[in-house]
Design a protein around this ligand. Structure first.
Ligand SMILES: Cc1ncc(COP(=O)(O)O)c(C=O)c1O
Length: 397
């Protein structure tokens, strides 16, 4: 056997998102790119802001020796200081470079965090619907995934969380704005999550981390204030990136920010630096660190994503789809018109529209649309959605 049994099993279970994306590539090859409307992958369609290009050009001209060498595994001091300064301004909390570790995207940040805190068999609670890669991040780092549920509006069900917390729980991961639903968790829910975790810590005499996975934090359409987790649980860690807010998903730049009030934070940071090195990331990309240090205030034009949300949400609900209105990120998670979401995905595919079944996010009966696509795809997919909806209705008893 060429590969491990574990990886073979994981690959079998592995992401519907990738599967649909690959099928889309094949369909484009066979039928022509203009015939296929691929809404399967969350690949940011907006280009990085002009500030990014300006800084990139500046660095390209910089001949200072050492610019491209190894650095401390935490990342450049100037980058960590710039991130801390921005976070301090946004949260009113005393962030310093000492609480920041630069990482290879949010995925790197999550893996480094989990590696730093998990012993084999420790449990990590996530909420369904969830970002499917969490399963593998948890398993790769020796953890066991436990799933809590959300309510019908896709807000975390705190009673379900409380029931999932045990003496082996080491962490709870939340993700807001959420992939796949686009929902934002209000302060009241995050406060209730913090209380449930603190109660479990007391009951079991343990320490439980609240990890906020926030790559969509700046992609908010409602103008509401974003409730940072730091206020609601001392042992909190943010894992995030500039993949979406600066459109840099391919450049792999993100960071971990540990709550300044977190007990034992120095030891935690030391562990994270060690994990960053020995997981093989070593450090976040040097050029990207130098750039993002100077453009912490910049962002893609979030209004462009809001317009796409408004268009597609209006079109789909006009057809008859039931959907919680997304307030952020660039995903929608409508109810499947057929009982089996995989059947509906295949029906959509027959209309040349590609989406991902809810089963891939731990929530059958729904499907995910990624609307970070160009306007041709956004407008062109609507007839396919209409035909599939009408056909599904004729298939129901
Ligand atoms: C919820 C969530 N977390 C983490 C990631 C990983 O982000 P990054 O590309 O910054 O590693 C993604 C990417 O799509 C995501 O949707």
């Amino acid at each position: 056997m060429a590969i491990s049994k574990t990886i073979r099993e994981q690959m079998k279970e592995s992401s519907w998102i990738r599967r649909m994306f690959e099928e889309g590539t094949e369909m484009r090859r066979k039928h022509g790119a203009d015939k296929v409307f691929d809404l399967s992958l969350g690949n940011p369609v907006l280009e990085p802001p002009t500030e990014f290009r300006t800084e990139l050009m500046r660095i390209a001209q910089d001949e200072t020796p050492g610019t491209h060498r190894y650095m401390p595994n935490t990342g450049y001091a100037e980058t960590r200081a710039a991130v801390a300064k921005t976070l301090a301004a946004e949260t009113g909390m005393a962030f310093t470079a000492g609480e920041i570790l630069m990482t290879c995207g949010a995925a790197g940040a999550l893996n480094v965090t989990l590696r730093s805190i998990l012993d084999r068999g420790d449990e990590v609670v996530i909420f369904a619907p969830y970002f499917a890669e969490y399963i593998f991040y948890i398993q790769h780092n020796g953890g066991v995934m436990k799933v809590a549920q959300c309510d019908s509006g896709f807000q975390p069900d705190v009673a379900s969380l409380a029931a999932a917390l045990t003496a082996r729980t080491r962490a709870v991961i939340i993700n807001s704005p959420n992939n796949p639903t686009g929902v934002i968790y209000p302060a009241s829910i995050i406060a209730a999550i913090g209380q449930a975790i603190s109660a479990a810590e007391k009951t079991f005499g343990t320490e439980i981390y609240l990890i906020a996975d926030e790559p969509y934090r700046k992609l908010i359409y409602s103008g509401q204030e974003y409730p940072f987790v730091y206020k609601y649980h001392q042992r909190s860690i943010v894992a995030t990136s500039h993949s979406k807010d600066l459109g840099l998903a391919g450049e792999r730049i993100g960071y971990i920010a540990v709550n300044p009030g977190c007990p034992d934070k120095s030891e935690l940071l030391e562990a994270a630096v060690f994990a960053n090195r020995t997981l093989g990331f070593v450090n976040a990309p040097a050029i990207m660190q130098r750039i993002v240090a100077r453009i912490q205030g910049a962002s893609v034009d979030v209004d462009e994503y809001r317009k796409k949300r408004d268009f597609l949400y209006g079109a789909l609900t006009g057809i008859g789809y039931e959907c919680v209105k997304p307030e952020g990120a660039f995903y929608m998670f409508p109810k499947s018109p057929l009982p089996d979401d995989r059947d509906f995905i295949r029906l959509l595919q027959s209309k040349f529209v590609l989406c991902v079944p809810g089963v891939g996010f731990g929530t059958p009966g729904y499907f995910r649309i990624s609307y970070c696509v160009d306007d041709r795809t956004l407008k062109g997919c609507v007839p396919g959605f209409r035909e599939a909806y009408d056909e599904a209705k004729t298939m129901l008893p």
